[in-house]
Write a protein that binds this ligand. Structure first.
Ligand code: PPS
Length: 294
């Protein structure tokens, strides 16, 4: 098996898979010129990134399904930090939509001086851990996660892609972003997708009718996305992502952690997350300990 060093590169203290990132792609990202009308969905991995790659183009174009039927998600709304961006950036239509897993401090200088808007999608870290655990089993370009228990410790220590979840969340709580940023949760999106889309539409100053919002929500449902070859990673070779081991669009639910955490693991996880967030002025939108509305 390949070593961690062969599979991952270290960038400002965080691990990135070499399969999709390179020093050139990171340089390209840092040099990207953000436009004022750009929109970037920011996510810690496994928080709803590809969901936003589906939603954003439709909100921005008023519900025209052409891009989501004809362009693979990674080219339709590319990752800022990945190698694909340089290849497709010139084909992106204005207003451009991007996604990134970058923490705030790694964003390009031009992002800070632009008026580009940010939608930060946050997901309960217990479900992120579970989703990521399965993803590491199916993506051959990622290290074997080991046991769930081992992976839980790695996650808490930040020895995972894009570092600690808590650092990511903290990094984007920036007063200077003011009304350039909208915080939304994966759980809100699962509970009431049309309402979440309405919030995004208002934030992006789109005047979408109720009919269009319903159409976008229908198109962006888990079921529809799972059947869309432009969004379900079925175009990717099996030796790269093995959907027999676990599909990318795996369950799409809230609270799958309950099927994976032991009481001891839950206590350890909760303690670890709370310790990292001690003294922060914001509170999490879910209780980590309880089993209600996780
Ligand atoms: S990645 O690798 O960081 O880009 O992954 P990401 O897209 O952020 O997260 C993958 C999880 O998001 C779920 N997903 C959805 N859930 C509900 N509805 C829709 N439409 C949807 N699209 C993607 C996907 O199933 C992964 O979560 P799990 O829990 O593994 O199912």
């Amino acid at each position: 098996m390949s070593s961690s060093e062969e599979m991952y590169l270290q960038y400002h203290g965080i691990l990135l898979p070499r399969e999709t990132h390179s020093s050139e792609s990171l340089k390209f990202a840092r040099g990207l010129k953000f436009e004022d009308d750009d929109v970037v969905a920011v996510t810690y991995p496994k928080s709803g990134t590809i969901w936003m790659q589906e939603i954003l183009p439709l909100v921005l174009n008023g519900g025209d399904l052409t891009p989501v039927h004809t362009i693979a998600n990674w080219d339709r709304v590319p990752w800022l930090e990945e190698t694909r961006l340089a290849k497709v950036v010139d084909q992106l239509k204005s207003p451009r939509a991007l996604v990134t897993h970058f923490p705030y401090n790694l964003m390009p200088r031009s992002f800070h001086t632009s008026k580009a808007k940010v939608i930060y999608v946050m997901r309960n870290p217990k479900d992120i851990l579970v989703s990521s655990y399965y993803f590491h089993q199916m993506a051959t370009f990622l290290e074997d996660p080991g046991t769930f228990d081992e992976f839980l410790d790695k996650f808490l220590e930040g020895r995972v892609l894009f570092g600690k979840w808590t650092d990511h969340v903290k990094s984007w709580r920036r007063a200077e972003l003011g009304d350039r940023i909208l915080f939304i949760t994966y759980e809100d999106m699962v509970q009431d997708l049309p309402a979440a889309i309405r919030r995004m539409s208002d934030f992006l100053c789109r005047n979408l009718s109720e009919e269009v919002i319903q159409k976008i929500a229908e198109h962006c449902s888990f079921k529809t996305m799972k059947a869309n070859s432009m969004s379900n990673f079925s175009l990717v070779p099996k030796d790269y992502m093995d959907s027999d081991k676990s599909p990318f669009l795996r369950k799409g639910i809230v609270g799958d952690w309950k099927n994976h955490f032991s009481p001891e693991q839950l206590a350890r996880f909760t303690k670890g997350i709370h310790k990292e967030l001690e003294g922060e002025s914001f509170s999490l939108p879910w209780s980590l300990e309880t089993t209600s509305r996780e």
